[in-house]
Design a protein around this ligand. Sequence first.
Ligand code: TEU
Length: 603
Amino acid sequence: MSTATPARVEDLLWWKEAVVYQVYPASFKDSNGDGWGDVKGIISKLDYIKELGANVIWVSPIYRSPQADMGYDISDYEAIDPMYGTLADVDNLIAELHKRDMKLIMDLVVNHTSNEHRWFLESRSSKTNPKADWYIWKPPKYNAQGERGPPNNWAQILGDQNSAWNWCPEREEYYLALFTPEQPDLNWENPDVRAAVHGVLHFWLKRGASGFRMDVINLISKDLEFPDAAITDPTHAYEHGHKHFANGPRLHEYLREINEKVLSQYDTITVGEMPFIDDEDEILRAVNPLRKELHMIFIFEIVYVDNEPGGRRLTLYDWKPSDIRRIMAKWQNTMIRKGGWNSLFIENHDNPRSVTRYCDDRDEKNARELGAKLLAMMMTTLSGTLYVYQGEELGMRNFPLEWDISEYKDIEAVNYWKKMKITHHDDPQAMRHARQVLHRKARDHSRTPMQWTPETPNAGFCAEDVKPWMRVNDDYPFINAQTEMQQSGDNPSIFQFWARSIQNRKKHKTAFIYGDFALIGDDSEDNPVFAYKRWNQAEAWAVILNFSGVEIHWSLPSSIQVKQWEAGNYFAGKPNKALYGELVLQPWEGLLAQIDEDHFSHT
Ligand code: TEU
């Protein structure tokens, strides 16, 4: 019999069962004809999101911002950028969400502000103003020739040919800005800064937001020695310094303070973004409910799978499908056995499209559709809070390699290309490789406008006579929400498959959301099949996912007796497959079965 611990009543929590749909507002839906999405556009699509089965939306930043980094540079936390609308529009959004029994997660970006935030304008004005130490200011370092240089060798994260330190003539000091010079880091050591941030949280919670996605929240406490980072690449002038600012010494103290001073007074959902960290204990510290920090975090291991080991994000690496199994199984087991909670995400505005990255996005042999459905099966049958990124439910994919370089709008891609042109302009092979890197990895791929209809030329994202801020992917005539939703006949569309899978997840939540997890079958590196059991006391399921474009002969272990095949990406209804013994898995095939509870045990 099952050894799974049943979910206790006190463990059943709405934020664990939530299906969170991430809206990237610039690219979601334009309502006012300026080629940028806006809050009214979001409101007009709430029924669509609800039909998918999501009940929470996380909206990437819509606050007032000069948009140096698409709103992740905020100049006023309590105002909405005019390009997105007004505070009244957001009140309306919240009301419309609540009418539909849905909730709003705001994006809280408080590791840094915009350099146009009034806090920074004041801070930079002198060494003695009341906000002089609201940011991280340091005197220069001089070399043997007496030339002025930054206090250490840390690189900018979004433009690593440059220093993370920026000279300020008014103060004759440098300020730290880890991402771009327009995003100065706040000094969390200062209690006034922390109190101001707490005020921002109260402001939004009082207005009716239900929680926060906390942007790079693990970077808020830095090593106050500000040591040089180890030199990993002598050809670079600056180095990634994350060892000295990711999960720094006071992070957990600050998180608990947020909880005590703010979150404990509301019923919230919180998810912290935590790049650059893979230490299990450190991650568990942030999500252990007894410690009262965060409900869950975004762990980056799955989206780092195609980085050169220990390497930078804009690199390519020949990973294996079994890496998906290894990483997903690791975090399922860790959180279930050690009392944490997973967030399930494989796509967001900082990553390429998941079907391109993890499967095969070509139309030949229906690979894209199969891959998108395979990923939907994985995401809806694992334990954790589920996050779906806009367009993921349509199987949207990266834009073509042939697009002109000018179609890349993101500051990270722009800086990368600039650097490559400087350092490798006379090396065509390196430049071709750089184009490949952007084609596979740039953040731009998930930022193209949402494809709503087959209408030319803008896929219903904005009016026909308007130029969208970013080019629409050419495949919209057949990849779009309208076509996906109207599909009838035997074969469900990707959207319909997602919706159905989400329904099944909710219906069997004690197994899929709260149940136990164990891998099935061969765990060798060369096996591309990710197969697992999910179970509770009353029911058990097997999920078998072929993460490869080839046919695989795969055997069900004798301990597993299939009661019924329930779903699969090759089948409209219940799959017709053998109940035991050898299975022939088609390319990218995924299968879901109810299995006999007498025949499984925790192995
Ligand atoms: O991202 C932080 C982050 O570390 C990555 O996801 C980032 O895209 C990557 O390191 C770039 O190489 C968050 C936001 O999600 C991102 O959009 C912002 O640019 C960034 O913080 C700064 O606020």
